[in-house]
Design a protein around this ligand. Structure first.
Ligand SMILES: [Zn+2]
Length: 180
């Protein structure tokens, strides 16, 4: 896992608030499950997806056949289309600014130079949206279950101007409320 300053800050902030949640301290890798962190401020919504590669591809290594390469390309294309994967409440006036993907197994992003992992492998995706009034975002429609059939559950960590909270999104639900 990459420890970008933003991610570290979010994790540390969460740890401070949720001291009784040791599950997030470790690197959970459970097929069917992924982590989604959503951070909202006035001018930006940032979403970080941390998922076993199995949830996206059904395998966890570099593709070996044309069919697997096509599968990997299709998954990457779906992730790069972040504006369709995450539909933020239009009241916030958000537009997708940047998508960053990192996976050692798929040779993507920051992790591209890392040695391909043996056994299990993950992918991290970061989606940055520029927003006119981020604080007005009351919800996000998440299209991950639609896009990736193997994914069953998302453990959510939300950081908004109103505070932090945890939530779980279970297939087939798609709506994440950002306000209680
Ligand atoms: Zn795995």
């Amino acid at each position: 896992m990459t420890t970008t300053p933003q991610r570290l800050a979010l994790v540390l902030g969460a740890a401070a608030l949720l001291a009784a949640a040791p599950a997030r301290a470790g690197k959970a890798h459970q097929h069917g499950l992924a982590r989604l962190d959503i951070a909202v401020d006035a001018s930006r919504v940032s979403i970080v997806l941390d998922t076993p590669l199995d949830n996206l591809l059904g395998f966890e290594r570099a593709p070996r056949t044309d069919a697997e390469r096509q599968q990997a390309d299709a998954a990457v294309a779906l992730l790069r289309d972040g504006g369709r994967l995450f539909r933020i409440d239009p009241a916030a006036g958000c537009t997708l600014a940047k998508v960053e993907l990192a996976s050692a197994a798929l040779k993507l992003g920051d992790a591209a130079a890392a040695p391909a992992p043996e056994g299990h492998a993950d992918l991290e995706a970061r989606f940055d949206f520029d927003c006119k009034q981020g604080g007005r975002a009351a919800s996000v429609e998440v299209g991950l279950f639609e896009a990736f059939k193997r994914l069953q559950r998302l453990d959510l960590q939300l950081a908004t101007p109103r505070g932090q909270m945890k939530a779980v999104l279970q297939r087939p639900a798609s709506r994440v409320a950002l306000v209680r």
